[in-house]
Design a protein around this ligand. Structure first.
Ligand code: SF4
Length: 316
């Protein structure tokens, strides 16, 4: 079995106390059974804190979030007390993994970094070279790639090639991806799309504000963002969505819809940046990182929200 990742993957480093939107705030963090068993062996003050800080009454144990929805082990300096006292090996599976995600195929596991993490966003969206996939691990067992996986990966290669064709604008590449998927995005005004996004479950108030901005701001005078730095960033965004989202089609059969979802996401994020330019007088790549962080956290991490958008792509 091989472990495959985008080439930037190994450069990732959590920025911990410098993170403005820590993943230790606002998310329910489950504790896996092995780690829970290990935590049960803890004695002394830390053992007591672990006992009080974990709710074991549900089927899956989880940390009990405190004031401001903070993990009880996130201290005021923005550092994790478990790492400080016991080292990174003491973390539960979710905390060890985040912001990594995995997709499983018959002959490989693919791993990536989720854009809901601002450090991952910085790394991915400012990566200048075309993203390639690299083998991180190979145990030498050559498992056979089954037919559905092989056709999906072959198709994804084609879509990657379109997304990374730097002889065309990213807007043209996105349209070509839709053509390849024999899909179109239903004709709706930005306000109508904003209403669809506003109907979805939302986590942060600032995301609601963003969508309200999309609904009410006239961006017709704002040029499209197509300087070289924007083009590279949007290319990385498209490739990220294709890498992460297409494999779900193996489960739900929504091959065309998933490809269209990638394009829709890129277009909405692009226009959210233009809205930002109107409302704040300027927009830069740091704003893109933040908009993408919110989009990823609010949309990508909710199966229901992605499914609702897939439905919206097929409704006239
Ligand atoms: S969101 Fe990313 S950078 Fe911030 S604390 Fe979590 S892993 Fe670290």
């Amino acid at each position: 079995m091989k472990l495959i990742a985008p080439d930037y993957y190994t450069k990732f480093k959590c920025i911990a106390d410098k993170c403005k939107h820590s993943c230790c705030i606002g998310w329910v963090i489950d504790v896996d059974p092995d780690t829970l068993e290990y935590y049960h062996t803890m004695q002394g003050d830390l053992g007591e804190r672990l006992k009080k800080g974990i709710d074991e009454s549900d089927e899956t144990a989880h940390f009990i979030l405190g004031e401001g929805e903070r993990c009880p082990f996130l201290n005021q300096s923005g550092l994790c007390d478990l790492i400080t006292e016991l080292g990174e090996e003491s973390l539960c599976q979710i905390c060890t993994d985040h912001p990594r995600y995995r997709n499983f195929y018959s002959d490989r596991t693919e791993i990536g970094l989720g854009l809901c993490c601002e450090a991952a966003g910085e790394l991915i969206l400012k990566h200048q070279e075309k993203t390639t996939l690299v083998i991180l691990e190979d145990d030498g067992e050559n498992e056979e790639l089954d037919v559905p996986d092989e056709s999906l990966l072959t198709w994804r290669e084609e879509l990657f090639a379109i997304a990374q064709d730097r002889s065309r604008s990213v807007a043209e590449r996105a349209a070509a991806i839709l053509d390849a998927a024999e899909m179109s995005i239903p004709e709706r005004s930005l306000a109508e799309w904003a209403d669809i996004y506003l109907e979805l479950e939302r986590l942060e108030e600032s995301w609601t504000d963003c969508l309200q901005g999309l609904k009410t701001t006239d961006i017709s005078d704002v040029p499209v963002l197509d300087t070289q730095e924007w083009e590279v960033a949007f290319e990385q965004l498209l490739v990220y969505f294709l890498y992460r989202q297409l494999p779900f089609a193996l489960d739900d059969g929504e091959y065309e819809g998933r490809a269209a979802f990638c394009v829709l996401s890129y277009r909405i994020i692009h226009d959210l940046c233009r809205v930002h330019a109107v409302l704040h007088g300027r927009v830069g790549l740091d704003d893109l990182v933040e908009i993408v962080r919110q989009y990823s956290a609010e949309i990508e991490y909710s199966d229901e929200n992605v499914e609702a958008l897939l439905d919206a792509l097929f409704e006239e």
